[in-house]
Design a binder for this molecule. Structure first.
Ligand SMILES: [Mg+2]
Length: 257
C-alpha cells in the first residue's frame, strides 16, 4: 500500500505513460520488421544482414532534417517510409551490392510491407503486463498517454497497441499535435489540466530521463521505466526519478494499482 500522507504517492490522482520503450520494446519491433522484409525481399536484397539494413535505414533517416521528414509525413506516412527505403536501396547500390532484378517500385513495396508487419505485430513487443497495467491503473487513477513524435506515427502505434480503447481520448497527448515535445513544461501542465488535477497529483512513467523524468520539474511524481541491463545514469540528472521500475509489475506495486 502507498504509505503515509507525507508520501507524495498518497495524493496521486492521474498517471501519464510514455509509449516507445515504456509500453513496448521499440528496437525489438523494428529489428523483427527488418528481418521480415529481408526474408520477403531476399531475391532482390541478396544476403544483406538485418543489422546492415538497420544501419542503412538509420543513415538515411539521419541524412534528412526533422523538417524534411515532417514534410514527407504530412504528405503521407507511406511517402516518408518510401523515402527511407529508397535511401537504403541507394546505399546498397553505392557499396556495390545493388538490388537484383528489382521489381517496379521496390522501395515502395518494402515500405508498405515493413509498416504492415510492424503495426500488425506491435502488440507482441509490448512489455509483459504493460497493456494489462493500463486497464488496472484506470480503476484507481485517471490514465493518459504523453508521447513525443509526429501524430502520423505515434497515433498508428497507439492504435496498433490497442491502447486508444484503454485510456480517455482527451488524455492522449502527442507532441506533434500539441506543438511542443516532452519535457516541455507546457505539455505536462496541459496534460494535468486535461485530467483536471494539479501536476503534483500526476505521476509520469517513462524510459527517458530527460523527456519523461523531466516532468519532475513541474512537480509530477516520476517513475523511470528501465529494462536495460546497465544502471540508469540518474546521478547526473538535474531531476532524478522518484523511483526506478524494471517491470510493469514493479510500477503497479509502487503505485498500488
Ligand atoms: Mg520512450
Amino acid at each position: 500500500m502507498v504509505g503515509a500522507s507525507s508520501d507524495p504517492r498518497s495524493t496521486l490522482r492521474a498517471v501519464f505513460i510514455d509509449v516507445d520503450d515504456t509500453l513496448y520494446d521499440f528496437a525489438a519491433s523494428v529489428t523483427a520488421s527488418m528481418a521480415h522484409v529481408r526474408e520477403r525481399y531476399r531475391d532482390s536484397l541478396g544476403h544483406v544482414s538485418v543489422a546492415d539494413l538497420e544501419t542503412l535505414y538509420n543513415e538515411t533517416s539521419n541524412s534528412a532534417t526533422k523538417e524534411e521528414k515532417l514534410a514527407l509525413l504530412a504528405q503521407s506516412p507511406w511517402k516518408y517510409r518510401r523515402f527511407l527505403w529508397e535511401g537504403v536501396l541507394e546505399r546498397l547500390e553505392a557499396r556495390g551490392t545493388p538490388p537484383k532484378n528489382p521489381p517496379r517500385d521496390l522501395a515502395g513495396g518494402i515500405a508498405e510491407a515493413f509498416a504492415t508487419f510492424r503495426f500488425s505485430t506491435l502488440r507482441e513487443y509490448a512489455y509483459p503486463g504493460a497493456l494489462e497495467a493500463l486497464t488496472a491503473a484506470s480503476l484507481r487513477y485517471r490514465v493518459g498517454i504523453i508521447t513525443n513524435g509526429p501524430p502520423q506515427l505515434q497515433r498508428a502505434k497507439i492504435h496498433a497497441l490497442g491502447i486508444h480503447t484503454l485510456v480517455e481520448p482527451h488524455l492522449v497527448f502527442v507532441s506533434g499535435e500539441f506543438g511542443e515535445d516532452k519535457p516541455s513544461p507546457n505539455l505536462f501542465h496541459a496534460a494535468a489540466k486535461a485530467a483536471d488535477v494539479e501536476p503534483h497529483h500526476c505521476a509520469m512513467v517513462g524510459d527517458n530521463l530527460e523527456c519523461d523524468i523531466g516532468s519532475r520539474a513541474v512537480g509530477m511524481y516520476t517513475i523511470l521505466f528501465h529494462t536495460k541491463p546497465h544502471e540508469p545514469a540518474i546521478l547526473d540528472c538535474k531531476h532524478p526519478p522518484h523511483h526506478v521500475a524494471r517491470s510493469w509489475r514493479e510500477v503497479r506495486e509502487h503505485l498500488d494499482f
